[in-house]
Design a protein around this ligand. Structure first.
Ligand code: NAP
Length: 252
């Protein structure tokens, strides 16, 4: 059966690139995000360029009804979702104590409890079929002590490492993708000045996704695209945490 890939946050950035690269490989895609006109535009472009089946699921993952409809689709065995990409996400511009509690809890949901809920639903069918793949888009920030964003990404990295080990014998690969800074809409949406980050630290979404798909095919639990970020992640994982925290606090 042909691959059917659900991608959350498929209207922009890494999610749009995942949709493109999976469709280019002949996979059907299920595009999830809030902006219906952008989703329809993306779907039409993918259908005409690659001739693959494209489903559009307009859903706000912060909304109970939106989340339920995405979970229902993952539980639907008629056209089973064989690959799930938990990608939707955003950053908060202020620090923890300055943010409204409601914003912090929503932020925690989009980066942690929503991907866990979607993984849980997707796994039921994947385990029954004895095959499946889950990509959790985390971040190299998850290797540094740096606010709630990095804490949530660290949790998804740890979950993915465990789940990769636990489910690999049953035919399922779970992988945390840990990119550094990538040119997407993420920083503009946060209102961050991108010029504050040196040019060499920026990656292109197409390169990140290409490397992620190679690592997924190899069954890796953690994917860190580019040599420069592999080195930085190694330092972050092995240097004293006070030093890593001090260095990480310089950029955003
Ligand atoms: N860019 C980076 O430097 C970077 C680095 C490391 C990790 N990441 C991670 O990569 C992932 C993708 O980010 P990106 O950089 O591609 O950002 P982006 O260009 O801003 O795209 C974010 C996507 O998430 C969707 N989204 C946001 N909130 C949503 C919600 N409540 N419900 C449903 N969809 C929602 C957006 O679509 P709608 O607005 O249409 O809903 C959009 O498609 C995130 O998890 C982020 O943490 C990014």
């Amino acid at each position: 059966m042909a691959d059917r890939v659900m991608i959350t946050g498929a209207t922009a950035g890494l999610g749009a690139e995942f949709a493109e690269q999976f469709a280019a490989r002949g996979a059907g895609v299920v595009l999830v995000a809030r902006n219906s006109s952008r989703l329809e535009e993306k779907a039409a472009a993918l259908r005409s360029r690659f001739g693959v089946p494209v489903e559009v699921l307009v859903a706000d993952l912060h909304d109970d009804d939106g989340l339920r409809r995405v979970l229902d689709r993952l539980r639907d065995d008629a056209e089973p979702v064989s690959t799930l990409v938990n990608n939707a996400g955003y950053g908060l511009a202020k620090s923890f104590e300055e943010n409204r509690l409601e914003d912090e809890l929503n932020h925690a949901a989009i980066h942690l409890t929503v991907p866990l809920a979607l993984s849980h639903a997707a796994l039921q069918g994947m385990l029954a079929r004895g095959s499946g793949r889950i990509i959790n888009v985390a971040s190299v920030a998850g290797f540094t002590p740096r606010g709630t964003y990095s804490a949530l990404k660290a949790a998804m990295i740890n979950f993915s490492r465990w789940a990769n080990f636990a489910y690999r014998k049953r035919g399922i690969t779970v992988m945390a993708l840990c990119p550094g800074f990538v040119h997407t809409e993420f920083h503009d949406r946060m209102g961050m000045d991108k010029a504050s980050v040196p040019p060499w630290m920026w990656l292109q979404a197409k390169d990140v996704v290409r490397e992620a798909l190679k690592d997924l095919a190899a069954g890796k639990a953690v994917s860190i695209p580019s040599k420069r970020y592999k080195v930085l992640a190694f330092v972050a994982r092995n240097a004293p945490s006070s030093l890593v925290a001090a260095l990480a606090s310089r950029g955003r």
